[in-house]
Ligand binder design. Structure first.
Ligand code: NDP
Length: 419
């Protein structure tokens, strides 16, 4: 039996919390701690009585390491699952170290203020040396390796769908299908329609930052950076149909590039509709995606945060969204001296997710793997001292859990490849 603390109570957290409560044979106790405690209380109210998991709630500002350490020490969880924002990754890792508890998250660190001169100095050095300019990267969290190792604690980074499941797919392909993998194409397709001209499926600030940044991929161990949205392909996705997809920078490329250096090329593609792209370009051109505060009538406003306040809350898209997601990886390589290619993917239906847990498929496909990662760490199946991504453990129990907890996957031999 395990006791888990979940930090954050937004779209992804809500699904992870539902799934923890369904998995009450493993999780007998859960604390939901977040900035706005009323959201935690509302979820507790909804789930209590339908689960054996004993739920408690707490108000916490996860930027405050001291207060968070105190809360963790008082509650004494087996692990802390961070589904707040990537801005809180380092403070929550610090608190976990101080309290002696394992750490799990779904997205790698990025700073809230990208104009912070201390952060910018390190960022600009990294851009020059490594050749990719995304605001987020693993270096900040990989720097905790010795601290977690020396403390005998596990930090599992990025156990959402992508990153998360996609890297588990890579470990699974390597273990069961290939002697050597030559290329990995990660394809993220959202065929869902929420009926709004423009909305984001998860936190708008994080989502728009990711999408408006230059794209990049890895070839022969080196980053190749391209202007945002400048490589476009069409792919026919099961359950969705033909969609345009664009090459983006994505965090699992960095981890897979480090942990599977034999792979010659790793790319990530995401589908976008024309309306989404037109809105995004326009918002960017007028400065609404900026993270630099401006003074408006005596009040300091961060444009992208103001935009977030105007856009529909991602959690409210659930009841409106129809259609499916299809996320997976195409691998090419060799087995027993012969060329081989496979596609491992999951198809998820927005409305079925909503029926089950009251959220659309984007939150669902992230929240389920968050619970699975937390389960594997808390039960000791994925436990070793240090800082790891999901490709660095035995993929089999994770793959089995995906089938059991709502994200069944398929393996297709000889799929259509992306040129
Ligand atoms: P939301 O904005 O819906 O939720 C974030 C939650 O964190 C909110 O409850 C918010 O509180 C809380 N929070 C924010 N700051 C703090 C703080 N300082 N202290 C305590 N709580 C805080 O985000 P999502 O649920 O969409 O995303 C959650 C995470 O999942 C993000 O890191 C995102 O990048 C990641 N993600 C990963 C994916 C993957 O596949 N790997 C895909 C999608 C998302 P409040 O309610 O007060 O606002």
């Amino acid at each position: 039996m395990s006791r888990l603390m979940i930090i954050g109570c937004g779209g992804v957290a809500s699904v992870a919390i539902h799934k923890v409560c369904q998995n009450d044979e493993v999780f007998d106790e859960l604390m939901i701690a977040s900035r706005t405690v009323s959201k935690c209380d509302a979820l507790k109210e909804k789930l209590q009585g339908k689960t054996k998991t004993k739920i408690t709630t707490a108000q916490i500002d996860a930027d405050d390491v001291e207060a968070l350490t105190k809360l963790i020490k008082e509650y004494k969880p087996d692990a802390v699952l961070n589904v707040a924002l990537p801005y809180q990754d380092l403070t929550i890792m610090d608190a976990c170290l101080a309290a002696g508890v394992d750490y799990i998250d779904t997205a790698n660190y990025e700073p809230e203020d990208t104009e912070d001169p201390e952060w910018r100095k390190i960022y600009e050095k990294r851009c020059k040396e490594l050749g990719f300019s995304a605001y987020f990267d693993y270096s900040w969290q990989w720097a905790y390796e010795d601290k977690f190792k020396n403390a005998g604690l596990t930090a599992l980074l990025g156990t959402g769908f992508d990153p998360g499941v996609t890297s588990v797919f890579a470990a699974y392909a390597k273990k069961h299908y290939f002697d050597t993998i030559d290329t990995i194409d990660i394809l993220d397709c959202n065929g869902g329609d929420h009926g709004y001209p423009f909305a984001t499926n998860f936190n708008p600030e994080i989502n728009l930052r990711e999408v408006s940044a230059p794209g990049s991929y890895m070839e022969n161990g080196k980053w190749i950076e391209i202007p945002a949205m400048s490589i476009k392909r069409e792919y026919d996705f099961e359950g969705v149909g033909k969609k345009d997809m664009y090459l983006l920078h994505h965090e699992e490329i960095e981890a897979l590039g480090r942990n599977m250096p034999e792979v010659k090329r790793i790319r990530f593609f995401m589908t976008f509709g024309q309306s989404y792209l037109d809105h995004m370009r326009c918002l960017e051109n007028v400065g609404m995606l900026s993270t630099t505060p401006i003074n408006y009538n005596g009040q300091e406003i961060v444009p992208i945060q103001f935009l977030k306040a105007l856009l529909p809350d991602p959690a409210s898209l659930g009841p409106r969204t129809k259609g499916k997601t299809n996320i997976g990886c195409i691998f090419t390589g060799k087995k027993d001296g012969k060329e081989r290619s496979i596609y491992i993917y999951n198809v998820c239906d927005h409305q079925e997710c909503f029926k089950e847990v009251g959220s659309q498929a984007i939150s669902y496909t992230t929240g389920v793997p968050a619970m699975i990662g937390a389960m594997l760490v808390a039960t000791g199946q994925w436990k070793k001292p240090g800082v790891f991504t999901t490709d660095e453990f035995d993929p089999d129990p994770y793959m089995e859990a995906l089938n059991k907890w709502g994200l069944p996957w398929k393996v297709e031999e000889n799929p259509v490849l992306v040129d």
